[in-house]
Structure formats: C-alpha cells, structure tokens
Ligand binder design. Structure first.
Ligand SMILES: Cc1cc2nc3c(=O)[nH]c(=O)nc-3n(C[C@H](O)[C@H](O)[C@H](O)COP(=O)(O)O)c2cc1C
Length: 378
C-alpha cells in the first residue's frame, strides 16, 4: 500500500503534507489571521448541526451528479481558488486541473496562479472557473477577464473579501511576508532539500498571469483593492459572457444587491479564516442566504469542509455546492496530481457512505429535514 492509500481521511493527508513542506510554507498554508478565531470557528460550526436519517428508504444507487454555475459536475464539491500552488508541488495548478478533470469536478483557478491561465485551461476537460482579483487595477483586470474568456473558461468568480492585507502573524514571524526569513525558516528550508529542488526546477516563484513581480503585485494589490465597489463588480459582470459568481459575501442585503446586478452565484466564504478575523463560519449563513436569494441565484459555500458529513449539512441547508481549499492542497503537497485525486476520493467515499446511512439516494434530494440544530444550539 502506498503512502497516499494509507491516508484514510483528510487529517491523515494533512499530516503527510505538512511533513513534506518547510516551516514557512506550512505556516502560510495552515494559518489564519489575528487570533485565528474564525479559522477555528470554521470547524466548530459543523458541530452545531446534527443529521436526521430517514429510515427504511431502500437506497440502492447513489447519485452525486449536479449542476453548478451552469456546468455539469460529477459531484457537488469543487476545488477553491488558491494562489501560488507551486509552493506545494512543482506541477502546481496544472496538477490540480488534471486531478479535477480525472474526477469530474470543477477547479477555480486563482488570478495568482503560478502557471498562466491559458496553460492551466489546456489541462482541464471539466468545468473551468477563473477567479479574479482586481488587484492590478480595473483596466488590467478587464484584460484578464478577456484572456479567461478566450482561453475557454466556463465561469468567472470575483473575490470581494480582500480589500486590505490580512494580519497573518504566522507569516510575519516566519519572515515569509517580508522575504526576510527567520532562522527557524532557513533551517527548515535546509532540512527539506527535495522541496527546494522541486521549486528550483520551475524557476523563481512568480505570478504567471500578471506581468509584475510578487512584491510589486502585493503593493498594487492593496492600493487597487480599496477601489473595489459595486460599480466595479458591475463592469466585470457586463464584460464577462457566462455564469458569474461573487466570493466572500456575508450579508443578506449584499446578496440581494448581487442578484440585482445579474450575479448568478454566491460563494459564502471567509477565505478559510485568512482575511477578517471574528467573522462567522459560512455554514451558519447558508440557510438565511438561501431563504433570501435562493430563488434568484445559486448559493455555494466554503471554509472548513473536511468531512462528507460537513458537505451533507451544507447541501441539506440549501447550498448547491461546496468548495474546498486546504484539503486538496494537502493532497497536492503529499503527492502531486495523485494526491489531489486521493483527497477527492476520500471526501467522495465519505459522502457516498453518509448519504446511504442518511437514507438519501441523490444529492439534490437533500432537504432541510435532513439536518437540525444540535441540542442546546437551537
Ligand atoms: C493557501 C491558500 C491560498 C488561497 N488563495 C486564494 C486566492 O488566490 N483567491 C481566492 O479567492 N481565495 C483564496 N484562498 C481561499 C480559498 O479559495 C477558500 O476560500 C478557502 O481555502 C476555504 O477554506 P478551507 O481551506 O478551509 O477549505 C486561499 C486559501 C488558501 C488556504
């Protein structure tokens, strides 16, 4: 049995991945902002819901297929956008796109990918989503939108929760944020020659979609991000021909406004606890958002999903689909494309088993009666 097969859940995969990564990269991947309250809350929140199985339903086949953002997917879990994936494996986003295609799911490629969006698009045969940051100014963002359209992306997602740099203390302490690595970070790099070699083979890390270096992009990012408002979102919506999503909204009134400007889907997300600390876990916003705008747009959700039962809870509360970030990055770090496939397999097997135990044969048959607040949490 290989190392990946010996990983029985996402936590096993996480442990394998973290052993392979040097300290500053580990910290970057795992970390949240400030006190990491939101990061922890993302996991705690699932404990506030319990599942209510149907008895004697005679479930034979399990049907996981659904439609998300106008695309057919083999199952309702998508791969969230994560920047600079070459930090975890030399094949980075290319490996993730191939794994998504092999397993029939959609992958949202980040603006900050380490391979150009055109190159990654060629690796994917399933639904392709491009995630946009407007960090390089509106004109250049619109150029990126056009490039994504020409490259054949099926949907566009604009991330709206990154209007200021997060206070990520782990990255400050490791020195990753400033580029002046701490002694512990340097010692850990030296102790991970395989990782260094993998990175060196592809040349220095770069933001392949932007013609600026990492530091310049960072400086621009926070300047331009402050200018992101509803009129910018509308300009981008109008430019993009196809399904359009906003990622990182919290309030029902913002969800309504999104529907008014022609947004097709919302991704409820707190960026995996990496932006504003003290915001709620998105799973707690699903029911309210679906009740408010569910007739007009699709509601997707991410942050903290690690188990099949987490996915079941979100879908039962009314979400159309779920995205995962770190779980597939653990797979990528642990074993490249095969590792990402393993992460997906683990979650898929859990989901199939959970549906069977719940007495529900199709993901689109999950309904609010399948879930309720845990005792004491009503
Ligand atoms: C290392 C890392 C990099 C990320 N980069 C991006 C990004 O470039 N664009 C974006 O919209 N979200 C980004 N995110 C947030 C993810 O899209 C997603 O919201 C989050 O990972 C979900 O939480 P989870 O990691 O608990 O699954 C990133 C997350 C991580 C962990």
């Amino acid at each position: 049995m290989g190392r990946l097969e010996r990983c029985h859940d996402i936590e096993d995969l996480r442990r394998l991945a973290l052993r392979r990564l040097p300290f500053p990269v580990r910290e970057f991947l795992e970390g949240g902002s400030d006190d990491e309250w939101t990061l922890a809350e993302n996991r705690r929140a699932f404990q506030r819901y319990v599942l209510m199985p149907r008895a004697l339903g005679s479930v034979k086949e399990i049907e996981l297929g659904t439609r998300v953002l106008g695309q057919s997917v083999a199952w309702p879990v998508l791969l969230a956008p994560t920047g600079a994936s070459r930090l975890y494996h030399r094949d980075g986003e290319r490996a993730v796109a191939r794994a998504a295609s092999r397993t029939g799911t959609a992958y949202a490629l980040s603006t900050y990918s380490s391979f150009p969006l055109e190159e990654v698009a060629r690796e994917a045969t399933t639904a392709r989503i491009f995630q946009l940051f407007t960090s390089i100014g509106l004109d250049r963002s619109l150029e990126l939108v056009d490039r994504a359209q020409r490259a054949g992306y099926d949907a566009l997602c604009l991330t709206v929760d990154t209007t200021a740099p997060p206070n990520k203390l782990r990255d400050q302490r490791s020195g990753l944020e400033t580029g002046r690595l701490s002694a512990r970070s340097i010692a850990s790099l030296v102790a991970h020659p395989g990782w260094l070699l993998g990175l060196a083979r592809g040349g220095p890390p770069r933001l392949a979609n932007l013609e600026v270096g990492v530091r310049e992009a960072q400086a621009l990012q926070w300047l331009e991000a402050q200018r992101l408002d509803w009129s910018v979102a509308e300009r981008i919506r109008d430019r993009w021909e196809g399904p359009f999503a906003l990622k990182g909204l919290f309030r029902a009134e913002d969800a309504c406004r999104a529907a008014e400007i022609g947004v097709d889907a919302l991704i409820l997300s707190n960026h995996g606890g990496r932006q504003l600390d003290s915001v709620p876990a998105p799973i707690d916003l699903v029911a309210e958002t679906v009740a408010t705008v569910g007739e007009r747009l699709e509601v997707l959700v991410d942050s903290g999903f690690r188990r099949g039962t987490d996915v079941v809870k979100a879908l039962a509360l009314g979400a159309r689909g779920v995205l995962v970030g770190r779980p597939y990055l653990y797979g990528l770090a642990a074993g490249g494309e095969a590792g990402v496939v393993r992460a997906i397999e683990i979650l898929k097997q859990e989901l199939v088993r959970d549906l069977r135990l719940l007495g529900v044969g199709r993901v689109d048959a999950l309904e609010p009666g399948c879930v309720r607040r845990a005792p004491g949490q009503e």
